[in-house]
Design a protein around this ligand. Structure first.
Ligand code: DAH
Length: 360
């Protein structure tokens, strides 16, 4: 029976050498398939004498069982190997830092947030948004706003001037958002009710001043706009913006060439331990300038001061953003430091609304 033992060795070796499902199936077909070597031996049993069959039959059947067992064992081993390989391939390193979902990456800058908050509040009161260019003419930035050439108030603006152009005109970076008042009055008839948030520029830099900063201007012109209305609008704005039920406000006489009378407005606050609270306390903090639009400005913009009157105000956005959100240094706003924006920025889908909450 050397034949049988050779066949056994060859069959078991082929099974053991099968490295994947297909090779194992080939080994099975070669041994136990219809035309397989062991099947061929089994087929010879029918032609044997009963005695031959008794001895050879047992050996052949034992070989068949052994091959079947080896096939099953190899199949199980291959399965385990495949599982191991897959586990290795799909392994996750739980110690790696999380990658943020796209929706959660990126933040709204506090300035943009405060822009949106201001717009939400004034839009709710029926104001429209107006805009003007950053590069402005001397005429709109100063002259039409009743700063005649040579007026000392011009010097207080630390203006960035451009070199004179071919016609000799010297453009400038607007020093305030007030020229948008001029543009609006020249372009549309009263009643006018606008706010203009935007960038402004002055040659100045320290912890609370940067050469580029932001303001929001407000302007109301019609036949009967009064200081009382101005006071109400500003009070409603402050309550909504600082998200408090009441604010103490103080209107102090001041001077701006484009308003008469002119005032500066302080709001009541309490400072303690680096924190500041609005609507209570014994401190006062200046937040804006305002007044009744000067008759000369109305005239310069083609409006008859005997028919129309109005009020205006201008407020530093960076400053109220710093106050509201506890940001200590204005220069950080413009450093483009991702760690800072991650910490102080706002979630992109939390748009400020009066109904849903301004600051989320
Ligand atoms: N333009 C002024 C400034 O930058 C702020 C200001 C004050 C604007 C009074 C106004 C106003 O409209 O009425 O200092």
């Amino acid at each position: 029976m050397t034949d049988l033992s050779t066949l056994r060795d060859e069959t078991l070796a082929a099974i053991a050498a099968a490295n994947d499902e297909a090779a194992l199936e080939a080994a099975r077909v070669a041994a136990l398939g219809k035309k397989g070597t062991i099947s061929a031996l089994l087929a010879t049993l029918g032609k044997m004498t009963p005695d031959e069959r008794r001895s050879a039959g047992a050996a052949i059947n034992a070989l068949k069982d052994e091959a079947t067992g080896a096939l099953a064992a190899r199949r199980a081993a291959l399965k385990a190997l495949a599982l191991d390989a897959r586990l290795k391939r799909e392994a996750l390193d739980m110690s790696l830092p999380l990658r943020r979902a796209a929706i959660d990456a990126g933040r709204i800058h506090p300035i943009s947030q405060v822009f949106d908050e201001i717009v939400a509040i004034f839009a709710d009161m029926g104001f429209s948004i107006a805009e003007g260019p950053d590069i402005e003419s001397d005429d709109y930035n100063f002259t039409k706003l009743n700063f005649p050439p040579g007026h000392p108030a011009r010097e207080m603006h630390d203006t960035f001037f451009f070199a004179p152009d071919a016609s000799g005109e010297r453009k400038l970076l607007r020093t305030h958002t007030s020229p948008v008042q001029v543009r609006t009055m020249l372009a549309q008839k009263p009643p006018i009710r606008i706010v203009c948030p935007g960038r402004t520029y002055r040659c100045d830099a320290d912890q609370t001043h940067t050469p580029m900063f932001h303001q929001v201007e407000g302007l109301v012109i019609d036949k009967s706009a009064t200081l009382a209305h101005l006071k109400w609008v500003l009070e409603e704005f402050c309550k909504a913006f600082f998200e408090v039920p009441k604010v103490g406000m103080r209107f102090r006489p001041s001077f701006f060439p484009f308003t008469s009378p002119s005032m500066e407005v302080d709001i009541q606050c309490r400072r303690s331990g680096g924190e500041i609270r609005f609507g209570e306390g014994e401190d006062w903090l200046e937040i804006l300038g305002c007044g009744m639009v000067h008759a000369n400005v109305l005239k310069n913009c083609g409006l008859d001061p005997d028919v129309y009157q109005g009020y205006a105000w201008g407020m530093g956005i960076d400053r109220i953003a710093m106050l509201k959100y506890g940001l200590p240094d204005l220069r950080d706003f413009f450093d483009a430091d991702l760690r800072w924006i991650d910490h102080y920025g706002f979630k992109p889908l939390d748009a400020p609304t009066l109904a849903g909450g301004l600051s989320g």
